[in-house]
Design a protein around this ligand. Structure first.
Ligand code: G16
Length: 546
């Protein structure tokens, strides 16, 4: 088959962010934009002996432009000599399922087409990222190499062939490449069956455990129907919004209290089931709400780590935990009690990869609604839900009782994140650099009634390979352990998103049941004053509070 070599020129602005390249669909669909990036990935990761003998996994979250983009990826992969492609039927693979398939089939890596929790549709977002052989997002040295290639690219290799039919499971030949269209759900379900006690969970559902899962018209629908309803016998209707739609039904597939409001309302009502959960566009994030109680992602991480031994996979304990720097310190207290190490990494799942590969940690998570374990190298929404269901089943208590006992044992890290979205980029950068310039001078002074113990721009040295990642967020830590962290998001596509993370630890048993925003009110005011958020951004309120 004749390989087409199409001349092209570099396109600016393709630096991968927190999780791959994310842009508007309109930008991705223009000219050679997508093809330039995909070819740059192949240029960056090509082994010296080429891609012969290499298996690559390809799938996406089914959002608008997924279907066209995946055909482009297949042609470019074939023209670059990849021997075998495993493609999810319908172009679908949730992000954790892609990680599972890469690992199970010992693939060289994979290309995941997703903009995760960002909105979809013709005016929405699209994204693409490369995952390595461990199943995890490419580390910075690879994303830097991909970016360098985007600035040097001269030609795209592709084929002039008709689209592959991805609707049927089966095998196709494309030049020298074998394209295998696989069931996107099967390998993942098998892995979950190994980690959890499905018969025990099935018995709990049979004896009345109630559950609502909102798939938000995103990729987890087919996985959730298969696992919760078919494998575990939860009644039909347990999974809501379970059909993936290219525009997510016009909703924002971000499982937080704003975008999963319907589920929140249900869980706060008299008809609430025992557990409510939701997942995002590509199935890696999760939202957990017990009857009458929202469990924040940071608390969820801590509670999962504390109770993981109740699921078969973690019966013998955990080796260690990790959390991203802005995630609350709740899990640190659990690690301390368990006598295992706790690592603090920059935001981005890719930073957990080395720790997981080295066996230093078993469970990790982030405030941005991601939790996962060493079973794959991505955060995993359905896994988190299965672990919560396992804990409810084993302890025979409600989520609210489990949370209250947890806080009584460890104290409570009151925690909130305030997001200011679509802020003018120069205003956002101005805010960050002005604050950074003042950090040193803040130490030892009193701000908002609290003495500043430490203030810095977080820098991380990976304990496994020694790589250093600088500029990972400005943190101001007070003498009483309270903390304010400022970061600019690396996943947005319009202007800049300023994230402000606020945390205070409370050990007084009489003060563990406060409303979060009230418990943090003085620190929230301090955070605004310290950085001049109002003056610099013109915003009186955050757009999203989680
Ligand atoms: C991605 C990353 C996460 C990160 C999150 C938020 O999540 O995989 O590790 O915590 O973005 O990043 P930021 O604060 O830079 O927007 P996802 O679910 O979008 O892939």
């Amino acid at each position: 088959m004749k390989i087409q070599r199409i001349a092209t020129t570099p396109i600016e602005g393709m630096k991968p962010g927190t999780s791959g390249l994310r842009k508007r669909v309109t930008e991705f669909a223009q000219g050679h934009y997508l093809a330039n990036f995909v070819q740059s990935v192949f240029n960056a990761v090509r082994p010296p002996e080429g891609f012969g003998g290499v298996t690559l996994v390809v799938g996406g979250d089914g959002r608008y432009f997924n279907a066209e983009a995946i055909q482009t990826v297949i042609r470019i992969a074939a023209a670059n000599g990849v021997e075998r492609l495993l493609v999810g039927a319908g172009g679908i693979l949730s992000t954790p399922a892609a990680s599972c398939v890469i690992r199970k089939h010992k693939a060289f890596g994979g290309l995941i087409l997703s903009a995760s929790h960002n909105p979809g549709g013709p005016d929405g977002d699209f994204g693409i990222k490369f995952n390595a052989a461990n199943g995890g997002p490419a580390p910075e040295k690879i994303t830097d190499a991909i970016y360098a290639e985007t600035l040097a690219i001269k030609e795209i290799r592709t084929l002039d062939t008709p689209d592959i039919d991805l609707n049927q499971i089966g095998s196709h030949r494309l030049g020298d490449t074998q394209v295998e269209v696989i069931d996107p759900v099967a390998d993942y379900v098998e892995l979950m069956r190994e980690l959890f006690d499905f018969p025990a969970l099935r018995a709990k559902f049979a004896s009345g455990l109630t559950f609502a899962f909102d798939a938000m018209h995103a990729v987890t629908g087919p996985y959730a129907h298969a696992i919760f309803e078919r494998e575990l016998g939860a009644p039909a209707g347990t999974v809501r919004n379970g059909t993936p739609l290219p525009d997510f039904g016009g909703h924002h597939p971000d499982p937080n209290l704003v975008h999963a409001k319907e589920l929140l309302d249900l869980m706060m009502s008299a008809d609430a089931p025992d557990l409510g959960a939701a997942s995002d566009g590509d199935g890696d994030r999760n939202l957990i709400i017990g009857r009458g109680i929202f469990i924040s992602p940071s608390d969820s991480l801590a509670m999962l780590a504390a109770n993981a031994h109740l699921a078969p996979a973690y019966r013998n304990g955990i080796a260690g935990v990790a959390r991203s720097m802005p995630t609350s310190g709740a899990v640190d207290r659990v690690a301390d009690k368990l006598g295992v190490p706790c690592y603090e990494t920059p935001t981005g799942w890719k930073f957990f990869g080395n720790l997981l590969d080295a066996g230093r940690i078993t469970i990790c998570g982030e405030e941005s609604a991601g939790t996962g374990s060493n079973h794959v190298r991505e955060k995993d929404g359905i896994w988190a839900v299965l672990l919560w269901l396992s804990i409810l089943a084993a302890r025979g208590q409600s989520a609210a009782e489990i949370a209250k006992e947890h806080w009584a044992t460890y104290g409570r890290n009151y925690y909130t994140r305030h997001d200011y979205e679509g802020v003018d980029t120069s205003a956002a950068q101005g805010l960050m650099s002005a604050l950074e310039a003042r950090l040193r001078g803040l130490v030892g002074t009193t701000v908002g009634g609290r003495r500043v113990a430490m203030a810095d721009n977080f820098s991380y040295t990976d304990p496994v390979d020694g790589s250093v990642s600088k500029n990972q967020g400005l943190r101001i830590v007070f003498e009483d352990g309270s903390r304010i962290v400022y970061r600019l998001s690396g996943t947005g596509t319009t202007g800049s998103t300023l994230r402000v993370y606020i945390e205070r630890y409370e050990a007084d048993p009489a003060r563990l049941a406060q409303e979060t925003q009230e418990a943090l009110a003085d620190l929230i005011a301090t955070a605004d004053e310290l950085a001049g958020i109002r003056e610099r951004t013109g915003r009186a309120q955050p757009d999203v509070i989680t």
